[in-house]
Design a protein around this ligand. Structure first.
Ligand code: HEC
Length: 379
């Protein structure tokens, strides 16, 4: 045991010298409601590790602000060594192409309203965010889907919708920017309610990520982490320049779906990459007229994204969907495609939802009996 510890200490020391030779490039979401926390924790972590770093200006690199896992991997391959402030669902174990530290903060999605709002009525949620999944999971009877978290909060603040579901840091940022507005809040209870913030790095940064994880542990034990991530400290002040300049108010404009990525290994399913192209053709000819060119839903439901088959809907399996499609679809000529066409279109559906091919070709028998969970929230 002693011997092993010694070896481990040696490895850590080696990693330390190689990491210290450079300045770590740190990416942050430019408009995240947790930017204050992310900045403060990064400063504390790097100062304790005596490592120098600089924040990379992402400019427009994030496009509309949404960041899917492939885009995150690309940024980590080219522009930064580490990304701070990546929200991951509590319990999700990051793996695959990226490595993540232990979480340094956790914030919940809350249901909120103006004081005195009627109970009942519609709940506003932002499209393609965890709020939408939470509303679906808690069987909210009537929800109003807005395009952005910002639009959700405004809809409630302007009394167009009585209730909303939003991430606590976004609400806090809104209230700070609008000191007259005060919302009442209550917890939501779903597996998507709590999102933890971590540092995420490319696999090559495993040693650095491990050391940061230890440092987060040390900051937590000393009580400093709790001080840095307390909601009251969460915004504004943490952006203070090292020289002690006046706190800068964090601007409030979360973008559509920013930042909520599922940091986990890409799931695989039994199909071959060669089946995806033919499946795409079947889809275009036989399914797109109702389900949309991009599977976004038209007269028929979307076949991608959180509204289709989120992992909270445990009844969705590859086999279940395959059987449903082969007997009921296309809705205007059910069951009338060739077996091979159904197989190929199923491979395409898996691909479009972010599954990687296992390499072994899908067959009708294998697909019908496949109990792999189909989770359309993988991208
Ligand atoms: C003529 C329109 C139409 C065509 C063409 C069509 N569908 Fe559908 N599809 C629907 C409708 C409508 C529903 C919803 C049925 C319901 O809710 O009972 C549906 C439901 C589904 C569902 C279940 C969605 C869910 O959320 O439960 C899947 C999967 C599906 N279709 C796949 C396909 C595939 C694959 C094709 C092409 C081979 C196809 N559909 C072609 C109209 C169509």
């Amino acid at each position: 045991m002693k011997y092993r510890n010694l070896l481990l200490a040696g490895a850590v020391a080696l990693a330390a010298t190689s990491a210290q030779a450079r300045e770590v490039r740190l990416c942050l979401f430019p408009h995240s409601a947790t930017r204050g926390v992310d900045t403060a924790v990064a400063r504390a972590v790097f100062s304790r590790m005596a490592l120098s770093y600089h924040v990379v200006d992402l400019g427009h690199a994030l496009g509309d602000g949404a960041l899917a896992q492939p885009a995150l991997a690309r940024l980590l391959a080219s522009r930064c060594d580490l990304f701070a402030g990546i929200p991951t669902a509590a319990g999700a174990r990051p793996s695959g192409a990226v490595v993540a530290t232990q979480p340094y903060a956790a914030f919940d999605f809350v249901e909120f309203a103006l004081p005195g709002a009627a109970s009942g009525g519609a709940v506003a949620v932002a499209y393609r965010t965890p709020a939408q999944l939470i509303a679906a999971e808690s069987k909210v009877p009537d929800f109003d889907v807005e395009n952005t978290p910002d639009a959700v909060i405004r809809a409630v603040a302007e009394r167009r919708v009585p209730h909303g579901i939003a991430w606590a840091p976004s609400l806090l940022a809104y209230q700070r920017a609008h000191p007259g507005v005060h919302f009442t809040q209550q917890a939501t209870h779903s597996r998507f309610s709590t999102w933890q913030l971590r540092f995420v790095g490319a696999a090559r940064e495993k040693a650095l990520v491990g050391r940061i994880s230890h440092t987060i542990g040390a900051l937590r034990r000393s009580g400093e982490l709790q001080r840095l991530t307390a909601p009251a400290a969460a915004q504004g002040t943490a952006d203070r320049a090292p020289g002690g300049a006046a706190p800068q108010r964090t601007a409030f404009h979360p973008r559509p779906g920013w930042g909520f990525v599922r940091v986990a290994a890409t799931p695989t399913a039994q199909f071959a990459a060669a089946q995806v192209g033919p499946g795409r053709k079947v889809y275009a000819a036989e399914c797109a007229r109702c389900h949309g060119d991009k599977l976004e839903g038209r007269t028929a439901p979307a076949l991608v994204g959180p509204g289709f088959a989120p992992s909270s809907n445990s009844t969705m399996t590859v086999g279940g969907i395959f059987q449903y499609v082969t007997t009921n679809m296309p809705a205007d000529k059910p069951g009338q495609l060739k077996a091979a066409q159904y197989v190929d279109v199923m491979a395409f559906l898996l691909h479009a939802n972010g599954y990687a091919p296992s390499g072994k070709a899908m067959t009708a028998d294998a697909a019908g009996n496949d109990t792999t969970a189909f989770d359309s929230f993988v991208k």
